[in-house]
Design a protein around this ligand. Structure first.
Ligand code: AGP
Length: 608
């Protein structure tokens, strides 16, 4: 989704802004622009398309300056074109604004401002902010921004420059991430850390409804009452190289290859002397014992991890678990009380639907737990307890290692919860922990067989439609396999419960239809084999994913079989997802698609 970078200091501002925006390209965008402040003049250059188009335009414009803001836009209001791109200028040309998020009351504000004589050139909600700041400006930029924040409803991260202030810019946030990077005689703002990591590792994380005034030598944070806020400096300890490709052709392949290490990093610090110790998790024993229900809320891949989580938690801890797509949970008037826990799962920790759903659960009395990858993100900060997934930065839009680590965190949670509720005897608990620790090497084994997946992808990358079918946990896994494929290959795909296909969708199976079937649960093997026979009889081509010990039986019905090591079935999804991710990856490469930045998608979805 949209990206923001701002700079003030001694460097030439244009390369800093463009370089920073490049680091945010992975978030997804369809146009880009910069506003450079020089003396008391604002120059705006913007272009539809990739940053290369903006760079081309900048090379013929030759802008000088040491203060500026830049933006990559992912269109929400109005098509991607030069005019709708950010920054947006106010009518008198004295104020330029970049904005991430959505202003919900922009139509009313536009009407109000039009009545006051303001003219609008774009179709965006953001232009309203630029005009409103101009309207509210009575010689004090900070005050004008604060008043504007009081007027607008919705989500925003803002960067604002004003021609009356050649030595500063102002930024603000509500429900959309924004950080301030702290340098020596220079300072930055950005919507995500990689944009400024080349220059500094010391940052302030802005909170909701805070506004910040940034000069080359100082940063002041205020709340909307105009009171100064003290903020601790957050030191980023991951390396810039972990946000770079490191010899891989695509981030996605690099990130799939990092899965064993990411799982180890998520599990190891929490397993001490064969006991699970969860840091930052202070739920009283009494609460756990009396807990009546667990809710899981998340979106996309994180939601699919949540569906697997339901099976794991219900199986191990014998407590009812309800999983919701976060955007649905909020508006369905859920029945929540203070004897429930709500787990919000999110890689970015900034997905607006998940954040809002978590707030709703909290408001209704639930204790909230975040399973999140980004330290200090909104969901992590607002949850009562946090279980970080230590996957490292995930840059490819299609989530891979984050999913595996979300499952790793859910296993830890479920085993801990089950043990505390007295549902697991010591022997089984110990046995599960031992099996958990084997997961990284089991994924290594799957990765070393990647050529088998590649060959299969080569034979089928032209498929028109691909079905994924599975039962129980394999059904949950199928949902993720199918999402991954459609996201980056643009092939139509559906996931179905094995037993459900014959209730209608089997009508779509014809000669040559590709169906991918995970069969990782011994107790459901025969049933799934029967489902495969049903679709095979209609001409389907079957790729099965199963454990070594079942390879022979499954080979009798499948056209190709990929194996994973033998293991307790509850751990199979975290390993069996890897060949599905690889399949989607290879198909996308073979189709010549932009694997890391698929069309229409954004890495972090910070709008509803
Ligand atoms: C996954 O490949 C996606 N691109 C998407 O579904 C993602 O998982 C979803 O938007 C949730 O993001 P989050 O984990 O950052 O909350």
């Amino acid at each position: 989704m949209c990206g923001i970078v701002g700079y003030i200091g001694e460097r030439d501002v244009t390369p800093v802004l463009v370089g920073g925006l490049k680091k945010l390209e992975y978030r997804g965008y369809d146009s880009a622009g910069v506003a450079i402040l020089n003396d008391n003049n604002i120059s705006v250059v913007k272009a539809k398309g990739r940053l290369a188009s903006l760079e081309e335009r900048l090379s013929s414009t030759k802008l000088n300056g040491h203060v500026g803001i830049g933006h990559t836009r992912w269109a929400t209001h109005g098509e991607p074109n030069d005019i709708n791109s950010h920054p947006h200028l106010s009518n008198n040309g004295n104020i330029a604004v970049v904005h991430n998020g959505i202003i919900e009351n922009y139509m009313q504000l536009k009407e109000f401002l039009t009545g006051k004589g303001y003219e609008f050139v774009s179709e965006t909600d953001t232009e309203v902010i630029a005009q409103l700041i101009e309207y509210n400006y009575k010689g004090d930029l900070l005050k004008a921004v604060m008043n504007t924040m009081n007027d607008v409803e919705g989500a925003y991260a803002l960067g604002v420059v004003c021609s009356d202030y050649p030595d500063r810019f102002v930024a603000a946030r509500k429900d959309s991430p924004l950080i301030v990077g702290l340098g020596k005689n220079e300072n930055f703002i950005a919507s995500d850390i990689p944009a400024i990591l080349e220059y500094t590792r010391d940052i302030y994380i802005l909170e909701d409804k805070e506004v910040v005034s940034v000069t080359a030598n100082g940063v002041e944070i205020f709340n909307l009452l105009g009171e100064k806020i003290q903020r601790d400096v957050f030191h980023v300890d991951w390396d810039v190289s972990s946000a770079e490709k490191g010899g891989y052709e695509h981030f996605m392949m690099k990130e799939i290859s990092e899965e064993p290490g990411a799982i180890k990093a998520t599990l190891s610090p929490r397993i001490q002397n064969n006991q699970i110790i969860l840091d930052k998790f202070n739920v009283a024993d009494e609460f756990i014992k009396n807990c009546e229900k667990i809710n899981i809320i998340a979106c996309g891949t994180a939601y699919h991890a949540g569906v697997v989580g339901k099976y794991i938690i219900e199986k191990l801890a014998r407590i009812p678990v309800e999983v919701d797509v976060a955007s649905e949970f909020r508006y369905r008037d859920p029945i929540i009380n203070n004897k429930q826990m709500t787990i919000a799962i999110s890689q970015s920790g900034e997905t607006l639907d998940t954040l809002m759903a978590m707030r709703e659960a909290k408001k209704r009395g639930s204790r909230t737990i975040a399973i999140v990858n980004i330290v200090g993100s909104s969901i992590a900060r607002e949850a009562d307890d946090v279980l970080y997934t230590w996957a490292g930065p995930e840059i490819a839009v299609a989530s891979t290692k984050a999913y595996n680590t979300q499952l790793a965190a859910l296993y830890l949670f479920a085993l801990n919860f089950a043990r505390q509720r007295g549902e697991l005897d010591e022997e089984s608990y110990q046995d599960y922990i031992t099996q958990l620790q084997k997961l990284p090497e089991q994924i290594e084994a799957v990765l070393s067989d990647r050529e088998i997946v590649q060959k299969f992808a080569y034979n089928h990358f032209n498929a028109n439609s691909v079905f994924f079918i599975g039962r129980s946990m394999d059904y949950a896994l199928s949902m993720e396999g199918s999402l991954k494929l459609k996201e980056i290959s643009y092939i139509h795909s559906e996931a179905y419960a094995g037993g459900e296909l014959k209730h209608g969708t089997i009508a779509l199976i014809e000669e040559g239809t590709l169906v991918i079937c995970p069969l990782t649960q011994d107790h459901l093997l025969e049933k799934m084999i029967s489902n495969i026979r049903e679709i095979k009889a209609r001409g389907a081509v079957i790729l099965a994913i199963t454990t070594k010990k079942n390879e022979e039986d499954v080979s009798k019905v499948a056209d190709a079989v990929i194996t994973i090591p033998d293991m307790d079935y509850i751990f199979a999804p975290i390993v069996a997802v890897t060949p599905m991710q690889l399949f989607a990856y290879y198909v996308s490469v073979m189709k010549g698609n932009d694997v890391d930045k698929p069309r229409n998608l954004a890495k972090s979805v910070t709008v509803e």
